[in-house]
Design a protein around this ligand. Sequence first.
Ligand code: GAR
Length: 206
Amino acid sequence: MTGEKTSRKNVAVLISGRGSNMECLIRASRVETYPARIVGVIASTPAAAGLERAHREGVPTAINRLAEFTDRPAADAAMTRQLHAWKTDIVCLAGFMRILSADFVDHWHGRLINIHPSLLPRFKGLDTHRRALQAGDAEHGCTVHFVEPELDAGPPILQQSLPVLPHDTPQTLAARVLEIEHRIYPEALAMLARGEIALPPAPTKH
Ligand code: GAR
């Protein structure tokens, strides 16, 4: 094994649905010079179509259903155990539509990133494309950011915008934004995996 390969970061991806961003990360990691490898995928539901994609790519998967645990922290602690079993260095949220407990976010501080389909801080939460159209925004886009306890918050790593076109619908806009999501997510992950960016340490709790 070469030194370059052993220094690659182990990355796990958390999904709830289709998994197209997850698939892009897996494909990017197949390039030998890419600084990360995908060691596993956790889905919040067995219905996530991305599980099938992960199987096709030969990536190990696990399911973590909130309903099977006493509460959210217990479910998230089970995810952390699974992530450690995979020797995970970095966790990528890719359409993981479940709020994470503060303990989970603290535990993975600086090693937990998310992609969101808007130019954050605009349009946190759901239905971002419809909301951008309703607001009459001339530009829309997507953001990869470090995760902090508040929903869709945390310092941005990469953000890319595109013009909103006169006849755009939420669907046409979503499709164009998804194309740029697929470009910036592997790029942002590579920046973190190479140590080019870092989140300052979390304040110590007393
Ligand atoms: C993506 O558009 C992602 O930005 C969004 O969910 C979609 C998942 O698609 N994430 C969020 O809205 C997070 N707040 P995918 O499963 O095909 O990657």
